[in-house]
Design a protein around this ligand. Structure first.
Ligand SMILES: Cc1ncc(C[n+]2csc(CCOP(=O)(O)OP(=O)(O)O)c2C)c(N)n1
Ligand SMILES: [Mg+2]
Length: 519
């Protein structure tokens, strides 16, 4: 090895990231990050991707990490820039997505003057991360960056935060940080598998799958266990990635509303958890419990969140003598183009027939989801990326990041109209990077789910002031013009046949496009 060439802190950052396989950075920089931006031209291995809002950066890094399995970086500007990204970092935290989040800071000597952009960055960062560091010593910068990458990838994965003051970016660093060991999930203890094997044959024992287990291998093992033992299998509805489509065993998603969830889980006498926690309802209500399992139902952990739940399911299937194959359910989609008005069901039928195998579906359909997902069981095998933390504005950025991770796969963003407006700027980056993302907007012109929740609260006739808080027509959002103004070609479908032909054309063309589905 030759002598380490002198480099500034900024180059040290970009080199340490790229030498550790972190080769994409979703960014929205400011004055304190100019050195980092400048360093991009010296380290071509790093792909800088500009996003026009920090919530897009955070969500894109989430989508990237969920598909790639390794982290992207984000580079944000001081406390306010980070604060703009927090909502999607919150979602990423729930997904356990590995992300290396770099936040610029004032120079160390400037901090005491309370300049306009001064803020408590660490306090913001701590709300979404257990790993928050501030780089204060240029000589140790490389090491601190490597430690941040290691924290991001340590199972189950997290948003790891590193705050870098501007002077650290221009002072000379001691060279890039060391190589980070690849993270491996620990095996579930054999005792847990033996215990689960003893339980799973007993009537009323069920499995709840979450985390990374909803992949081909995990689902196949769960399907074999279900067929062999009769155990019921459930899945977290907010798991980060769910292998879906025909031929795949599909566990029942824990329903969204507590009444339905309680009914679905009734009769469970022992719950085995695989990379997840016992199910709780999304919200607390006066009439229903927060915890969804039958009262007193015992819970055992087959694999913890940081363990290899997929291997644990396979070992359990082996231990139980569940056969090698499970009979794959076979449902075929209807190939006939739909007729009549455009409904969620008609959209679901079109997607089921036309989605190409291997597609990635970012799902933020909100109240339109149930009808569509029901039909998507018949689609060619695809991967679905649900909303993970309930904070809307995740779907479009996640689609953007997924498309950066998998440029050869079709990405489809299924997006409710209200949710689309939080981070619609994602489309500009899709256009600029020429990403193969087809966005479908479910334009029901309302915050429909809130109308449903209002009725659930026993309020059947909300007053006009309340109704205007949930209706988003008047003026109607013109998604076609919005999309075109951001560089993404778009068209509107008002009938089922129109939707079929637009969606078919989008599947046959490469590049970003948008369909406004008027419901
Ligand atoms: C960041 C954030 N703000 C607000 C909410 C509350 N909220 C949940 S759903 C929703 C509106 C959903 O409307 P839309 O996306 O159009 O879906 P629809 O209900 O019409 O299917 C709102 C405001 C939230 N979940 N997250
Ligand atoms: Mg809506």
């Amino acid at each position: 090895m030759g002598a380490v060439e002198p480099m500034d802190g900024a180059e040290c950052l970009i080199r340490t990231l790229s030498e550790n396989g972190v080769e994409v950075c979703f960014m929205n920089p400011g004055t304190s990050e100019m050195r980092f931006v400048h360093a991009l031209d010296r380290v071509p291995a790093m792909r800088g991707i500009l996003c026009l809002f920090e919530g897009v950066c955070a969500g894109a890094a989430d989508g990237y990490g969920r598909i790639q399995g390794t982290p992207a970086a984000t580079l944000l500007h001081l406390g306010p820039g980070l604060a703009n990204g927090l909502s999607n970092f919150h979602n990423a935290r729930k997904a356990r997505t590995p992300i290396v989040s770099i936040v610029g800071e004032h120079t160390l000597q400037h901090l005491k003057y309370d300049a306009p952009l001064s803020a408590d960055i660490e306090a913001f960062a701590r709300t979404v991360s257990d790993h928050v560091r501030v780089a204060r010593d240029p000589a140790r910068l490389g090491k601190v960056i490597s430690e941040t990458i290691a924290a991001a990838v340590a199972p189950p994965g997290q948003v790891a935060m590193l705050v870098i003051p501007a002077d650290i970016s221009w002072l000379e660093a001691a060279g890039p940080g060391p190589a980070v060991d690849p993270a491996r999930r620990a095996s579930a203890p054999p005792g847990k598998i033996a215990q689960a094997a003893g339980l799973i044959g007993t009537a009323g024992t069920a499995l709840l799958m979450g985390g990374t287990t909803l992949n081909d291998r995990g689902l196949a093992a769960a399907g074999r266990l279900a067929a062999h033992t009769g155990a019921r299998v459930f899945a977290d509805r907010n798991a980060p990635r769910i292998a879906s489509g025909r031929g795949r065993f599909q566990p029942r998603l824990v329903p969204y509303f507590p009444e339905a969830a309680l009914a679905a889980l009734a009769g469970v006498r022992h719950m085995l958890l695989v990379e997840t926690q016992a199910p709780v309802s999304f919200f607390g209500y006066p009439e229903t419990p927060s915890q969804l399992l039958p009262e007193g139902c015992p819970v055992s952990v087959l694999a913890a969140r940081n363990e290899d739940g997929t291997a644990a399911l396979e070992a359990l299937a082996e231990e139980c003598g569940a056969g090698r194959r499970h009979p794959a359910p076979h449902v075929s989609p209807s190939r006939a183009p739909g007729e009549g008005p455009l409904t969620c069901e008609a959209i679901g039928d079109a997607l089921a027939a036309l989605l190409p195998e291997g597609a990635i579906v970012s799902d933020e359909m909100v109240s339109s989801g149930a009808a569509v997902l029901d039909r998507l069981h018949a689609a060619a095998p695809f991967d679905r990326l649900p909303n993970t933390g309930g904070s809307i504005g995740q779907g479009l950025p996640v689609a953007l990041g997924a498309a950066c991770a998998a440029p050869d796969l079709k990405v489809v963003a299924l997006e409710a109209d209200g949710s689309a407006m939080y981070t619609f700027q994602a489309l500009w980056t899709m256009a600029r990077e020429n990403l193969d993302v087809v966005t479908v907007i479910f334009a029901n012109r309302s915050y429909r789910i809130l109308e449903i929740e209002m009725r659930r609260a026993g309020i059947d006739a909300p007053g006009p002031a309340a109704r205007t808080m949930m209706e988003i027509g008047e003026p109607d959002l013109d998604f076609v013009r919005l999309s075109e103004s951001l560089g993404v070609p778009a068209a509107r479908a008002a009938t089922a046949p129109e939707f079929w032909s637009l969606f078919r054309a989008a599947m046959e063309t490469r590049g970003p496009s948008l369909i406004e589905a008027v419901l």
